[in-house]
Design a protein around this ligand. Sequence first.
Ligand SMILES: C[S@@+](CC[C@H](N)C(=O)[O-])C[C@H]1O[C@@H](n2cnc3c(N)ncnc32)[C@H](O)[C@@H]1O
Length: 287
Amino acid sequence: MTSFELHHGDCLEGMHVLPDESVDVVVTSPPYNLGVAYSKYKDTAAREEYLGWSHRWAGEIRRVLKPAGSFFLNVGAVPANPMLPHELLLRLRDLFILQNTIHWIKSITVTPKSGGEISAGHFKPINSQRFITDCHEYIFHLTKTGNVKVDRLSIGVGYVHKSNIARWGHTGGRDRRCRGNNWFIPYETIVNREKDRPHPATFPVALAEWCIKLHGCNSELVVLDPFLGIGHAALAAGKCGVAQFVGFEIDAQYLSVARELVRGKKTGAEKKSRSKKSAKNEEELLF
Ligand SMILES: C[S@@+](CC[C@H](N)C(=O)[O-])C[C@H]1O[C@@H](n2cnc3c(N)ncnc32)[C@H](O)[C@@H]1O
């Protein structure tokens, strides 16, 4: 059973009281400073101010993270402001080493050899003559040493050509290979934003779950999300069966949704069955 500590308040102050080297995994998505309409937080600081603030909260994450801990930093951009993730990463260079770069793919089209096209996922279409629609975000896996052992096969996939299982010695006869760094994780289909996902910038529960599993999951882990939102990282920690989850959220409204979700009161986004007719009304398109 996971114990949850979901705190209302500024994560800088909140993390300040956590002991040094007490956290195994941080999975978080901070505000991106791209003008997202949060209900309380203003996402429009001057770039330099934002980067300075980010260095302060990331410094606290470094302090509380164990030497072999993992910090998964989810950050995206908008086409008109594409440098933000890279500028942020460079600003944190004195605190962490970039051990892995993961692409969270929200929507993709593949063209199989057999012909045709397979499209899956959701995206917000951009009406532009110069930009293409943005269908991904980054997850930077940051560590203190660049040498933290990960559990690749915990989120592995099967071989397409099963003959490879015997061919490669490292498989140990198991039909499991590393998934790689393109993670296709579509949003849950929603009908009503306010009721089903009352937050403008969530990541899917599965995203945080895969991060925790990649680090290596066990029942003694302590997981932290300093920018909790409506608590999707908390749900992931519960699903992974970690010992403790700690989260901070500055907005009381989002925090109360997180608490409800953790208590098991599901939002519409968690409900699977959707009629095709109502799905058409979504603000994100489903293909
Ligand atoms: C990108 S959202 C995180 C969403 C979350 N990953 C989820 O799936 O629900 C960033 C969140 O950080 C919160 N926030 C902004 N400044 C904060 C601060 N100083 N301390 C704690 N939370 C803060 C915002 O209110 C917002 O909910």
